[in-house]
Ligand binder design. Structure first.
Ligand code: HSE
Length: 328
């Protein structure tokens, strides 16, 4: 499988490190970060590129842009893991469109293009007979999309409830357990590297709302966007409010909910009993899928992180490899 990787942040580096460590059957024929790029049809040494990136801050030739790599490299799958822009979806959307139009599969962790152009990109992929897979956009390492598409294929999913932002969960846990202020807990969360480049996406509930949008569009073929979700973040929550909940054996978690028959798409802080299945500590994510046959299925796992997100990306690439095996 020949792959191109756009983005050398924590996810891109996680993918390259996993390719090396696990000796995965992928040949990397192109890589780009925001300042440089490299194209080599005979295969790029992931270790060398990571060393260059660490030492020089760039991965290749400053004259080569990400879109040049999309257009010029020879590959089967584009791995689009550049930084999310939830307002414009760019430049990732252009990378994805261009690769699909070249007849290449796409695997991405980039939430912007999926939240803004879901239907268009899915239709474009269908038209060009390629796969567009995005397991890594929702709940990091948790195989949510594979579970929905495969394991629960015979079910009708009636509702979803989830803790979909690790940064908020970490902040709420630290405020409850250590009595930290919101500001102190946010500083810690940023140091852990889980927060978005702009952490207001996390604390204002936008990141969780984007994930609700992606899930709703995937599960129920909706055509909704961020503006269809009622969003309240955790940025105005006080330690006193959390203490009050704790005194009643409850706690507060930022919950994403989608219940189509109630016309409900919402992200908001909710008071939950401490023994509720969605009350988890630290940066964990969790998602309950309420189904007709299987009942409630709750998935729990790491919602972010370099190797954890790489796990979702690699799963998608291997899925494509298996699906298209034997085709030219
Ligand atoms: N900032 C996100 C979070 C990263 O904290 O969950 C994963 O999407």
């Amino acid at each position: 499988m020949r792959i191109v990787i756009l983005g050398m942040g924590s996810v891109g580096r996680g993918v390259l490190a996993s390719i090396m460590e696990k000796d995965l059957p992928f040949t990397v024929t192109g890589i780009a970060d925001s300042k440089s790029g490299i194209v080599d049809p005979s295969g790029i040494d992931p270790g060398k590129v990571m060393t260059i990136k660490r030492e020089k801050g760039i991965c290749g030739n400053p004259g080569i842009t990400p879109i040049d790599v999309v257009r010029q490299a020879d590959y089967d799958v584009l791995v689009e893991v550049t930084t999310t822009n939830a307002t414009t979806g760019e430049p990732a959307t252009s990378h994805i469109r261009e690769a699909i139009m070249r007849g290449r599969h796409v695997v991405t962790s980039n939430k912007g293009p999926l939240a803004l152009h879901f239907r268009e990109l899915k239709a474009l992929a269908r038209e060009h007979d390629v796969s567009l897979r995005y397991e890594a956009t929702v709940a990091g390492a948790i195989p949510v999309m594979h579970t929905i598409e495969n394991g629960l294929a015979g079910n009708r999913i009636n509702a979803i409830y989830g803790v979909l932002n690790g940064t908020c969960n970490y902040i709420l846990t630290r405020m409850a357990e250590e009595g930290l202020s919101y500001e102190q807990a946010l500083i810690e969360a940023r140091e852990l590297g889980y927060a978005e480049a702009d952490p207001t996406y996390d604390v204002k509930g936008i990141d969780a709302a984007i994930k609700v949008v992606i899930l709703a569009n995937t599960i129920w073929n909706m055509n909704v966007g961020l503006s269809d979700v009622e969003v309240t973040g955790i940025d105005l929550l006080t330690t006193a409010a959390i203490r009050l909940a704790e005194e009643q054996d409850c706690t507060i978690r930022l919950l994403g909910e989608a219940v189509p028959n109630k016309n409900l798409l919402r992200v908001s802080p909710r008071i939950l009993p401490r023994d509720h299945p969605l009350v988890l500590n630290g940066t964990l994510n969790a998602l309950t899928l309420s189904t007709d046959l299987a009942g409630d299925i709750t998935l729990i796992g790491k919602g972010a992180g370099s190797k954890e997100t790489a796990s979702a990306i690699i799963g998608d690439i291997l899925f494509i490899k298996r699906m298209y095996a034997g085709r030219a």
